[in-house]
Design a protein around this ligand. Structure first.
Ligand code: ADP
Ligand code: ASP
Ligand code: MG
Length: 412
């Protein structure tokens, strides 16, 4: 069972979590719980690091931001003990959860679940594990898994102890056709295929961290997304509660062409105007960006207004925008171009569905619908089960709602 920030936002909510856990224990299950920090806590800790120094040591950043989960793990153990259950908290280093050395974005390498499984058998002890954190074995330093990383902690723990299921309790009762906060007409999906969830998550639906979906797919963990706000006492532990199961494609009987729509405003566009059209130009542009560790996403190349040179447009994460402009600016001589334009107020809207593999013209419909709304498309990318368009950020909601209706995803 994993509980996110809003589900543990105060002591009353932690008690509510305690009742969810007790229900499962009373039903005869062994339970490992992974908790996030209280809502807003991680943001506060991140802000404190920046305030202390805009440029700070990533190891110390992790030491600070991992602390939020320590508090909620301890508090939940206290609450469970108070309810008469055996419970013990575990920090990343105590299990341990071993990770790579990439501070701030570490990957889980191995988890030792022996001790908690032993305690299930010996005394029915609930394990309360701090999400988001681990330890780098060689240096012994605390690491964190990137924002939203508690989902990944939960799926990794579930895989290690061979759990029957990994329930992700959050503030919505499942995965919706798009963010229900933006589109009230969004519908809850009963099942989503791993591959689709991977695309939804990586293209902006933050309900699950991408890495948690990858792990679930590789280790065949049954991930079930559900709400922590339902009354724990009203739920039949042996029944089927409302929620979304992330599963294999074959387990979905009625596959729609389009499953969902994701969007992200964390993009920035860069256009290099009147580049000399000759071999090696793309390498001269994208080489330095790669060296600077900047991820380029969409790329469009077209003929310039003068017909002799070429224009190159691409997107980078918004956080890397200024750095990217500087890198390209510095390489002006080697690349050979006339002008550099950029825009940070852009958004990427993506349409996802396994059904696209066998249906033609799905993207074409979207282009027409967006044109009818006078929404200009700045760039497009497509792959087998998704396509994305880059538009002005101001039109994000309109575009998402338009496409949601177009593909028949609106609630009846
Ligand atoms: P937690 O703190 O429990 O980890 P998050 O805030 O990380 O919760 O993720 C849940 C949020 O994800 C929801 O409140 C919702 O606004 C957002 N979200 C975005 N896209 C979707 C989607 N397709 N389905 C459900 N929720 C979504
Ligand atoms: N508390 C961490 C964050 O906000 C991890 C998580 O909530 O999943 O990113
Ligand atoms: Mg989350």
């Amino acid at each position: 069972m994993k509980f996110g920030g809003t589900s543990v936002a105060d002591i009353e909510r932690i008690r509510n979590v305690g009742r969810h856990v007790k229900r499962e224990v009373d039903a005869g299950h062994d339970v490992a719980v992974v908790v996030s920090a209280m809502a807003g806590k991680t943001n506060e800790l991140v802000a404190w690091c920046r305030e202390a120094s805009p440029l700070h040591d990533a190891r110390e950043y992790d030491a600070v931001v991992a602390s939020g989960e320590q508090v909620t793990a301890g508090l939940l153990a206290v609450v469970l003990q108070n309810m008469g259950l055996n419970a013990r908290s575990w920090l990343g280093w105590q299990l341990p959860i071993l990770t790579s050395h990439a501070h701030g974005a570490a990957r889980i390498l191995d988890i030792n679940g022996e001790e908690i499984v032993k305690r299930f058998g010996e005394r029915k002890e609930v394990a309360v594990i701090a999400g988001f954190q681990g330890i780098h074995k060689e240096t012994g330093r605390i690491t964190t898994l990137g924002r939203g990383g508690s989902d990944t902690s939960a799926v990794a723990v579930a895989a290690t102890i061979r759990a029957d299921r990994c329930d992700i309790y959050t503030d919505v009762d499942g995965v919706y056709t798009t963010d229900p906060r933006v589109v009230p007409k969004a519908r809850r999906l009963d099942k989503v295929a791993f591959e689709e969830m991977l695309e939804l998550a990586s293209l902006g639906a933050k309900v699950l961290q991408v890495r948690s979906v990858e792990l679930g797919m590789v280790h065949k963990v049954k991930i079930f997304v559900r709400s922590s706000f339902e009354k724990p006492e009203d739920i039949d532990p042996h029944g089927t509660p409302p929620g979304t199961l992330i599963c294999d494609e074959e387990d979905i009987v009625e596959q729609q062409v389009v499953t969902g729509i994701a969007f992200s405003k964390d993009e920035a566009q860069i256009s290099i105007r009147r580049v000399q059209d000759k071999p090696g130009v793309a390498a001269a542009i994208f080489g330095p960006l790669a060296e600077a560790n900047i991820n380029v996403d969409m790329i469009v190349q077209n003929v310039s207004a003068d017909g002799k040179t070429t224009d190159l447009t691409f997107t980078v994460p918004a956080g890397d925008y200024q750095r990217s402009m500087d890198v390209i600016g510095k390489a002006k001589e080697t690349i050979g171009f006339e002008r550099l334009d950029g825009a940070a107020d852009v958004a990427k809207v993506s349409v996802i569905g396994i059904g696209m593999r066998s249906h033609a013209g799905v993207a074409a419909q979207a282009f027409k619908a967006l044109a009818d709304r006078n929404i200009n498309i700045r760039a497009i990318t497509t792959s087998e089960i998704k396509f994305s368009v880059l538009i002005d950020a101001a039109y994000t909601e309109l575009a998402v709602r338009t496409l949601h209706g177009l593909y028949g995803l609106d609630k009846a």
